[in-house]
Design a protein around this ligand. Sequence first.
Ligand code: ATP
Ligand code: MG
Length: 423
Amino acid sequence: MLENEEVIEGWVTNAKVVGRIAFLEVMDDLLLKPVTVVVKKDEVEDEVWRAATSIKLGSAVRVEGVKPERVVSRKGREFHARALQVLAEPVDLLPIDPTGKTPASPEAYINYRYLALRLPRYRAIFLARSTLMSLTREYFHSKGFLEVNTPKIVGAGAEGGATLFVVEYFERKAYLSQSPQLYKQMLMCGVPRVFEITPYFRAERFSTVRHLNESWGLDVEIGFVDGLEDVLGVLDDYIRYVTRRVNEELGSILREQGFNLLPPIKKIPRYTYHEVIEILKGLGFNVRVGDDLDTQAEKVLGDYLEKQGVYAYFITDYPWEAKPFYIMKSEGGLSKSFDLDIRGIEVASGGQREHRYVELLSNMREKGLNLEDFAFYLEAFKYGMPPHGGFGLGLDRLLMTLLGLHNIREAVLFPRDRFRLVP
Ligand code: ATP
Ligand code: MG
């Protein structure tokens, strides 16, 4: 290779020949714009010219050549080929148009995700996902949290028995973990701050655009809290951080791809559950006090607040009956709990936990749980369990609301729902 020569490797997404020049668009690296490879008949060996003019769309290629000093192509990067090697040709017609001009069905984009990833739109989604994951880790490491990994094969569920996938575990029955709730709380008896990026497995027969049976979450737990505010503060700061950084790092390319990108979030306003009920009533929407907010109520509220420029908001102080056993009770049948909603979609749930052994037992009895199943968990509350709180946040949902996607399936490479187990 000559001194100023370079090599690019990727897939041919478009090709045309104009007289004695062939133009090949090659999707290389992780960038969103293809490189335009220019092959001039008069400058290359016959063999290279023949390969360039007979190339099948979708082929994997290696091109040797030079980048011109001044990029003239309107489309962006340009590359002048000296040598061209076809490494693999498609043996069948491509199920997704490599030029992106003819849209495929939503199913095709999932079934052939690897091909969709050659298109700028899907590249952009998963580039944003990768960025979100790394910003999340960076944020919590910088705040002195310990990153942990808790078991995904478990003996008891945290959120109720009906939604557990059963696993054969030698002579016993086990389950896939719905959330690290019990484990992250037990850790509070030995570590002051933890976070985990983890799958959640939930066996509900969902049929919505924002539920999957396997989803990814961010779990955070903080010890020695003085109240709910300490937990809200961390989540508020994290959301501000990731929305700002995603906008800074990927804002222009995401908007160019047509995503309705969530702007950087400033301080997140708080509404109590009762205030939300009143707002909803004012909008002619009735919610029975005591119920969790359903999808429709969340959407009506989200649309109403978005009109006022509020994209993200906390809803606090839910009735205890609508929340799980580990949430601390507060006055008047309420609880030290909250949800974070973004654009009318629940993205996180959290609260202060009941850390007092006796009160915890009584909460569990009230929810009708079998205490024996939870013996390993309860044990940790006997040895100096500090006041603590935290949250579980759906990373697929956060990505969905960040990019303004209409279906969570677009935010996940190989989604798992009731009807989809492959690929
Ligand atoms: P929802 O009411 O939306 O079904 P949830 O209250 O059952 O969610 P939590 O137990 O609070 O869910 O889980 C914490 C977060 O994890 C949720 O706020 C959501 O962002 C995400 N999450 C939970 N279940 C799912 C799922 N099935 N698919 C995608 N994300 C989920
Ligand atoms: Mg919830």
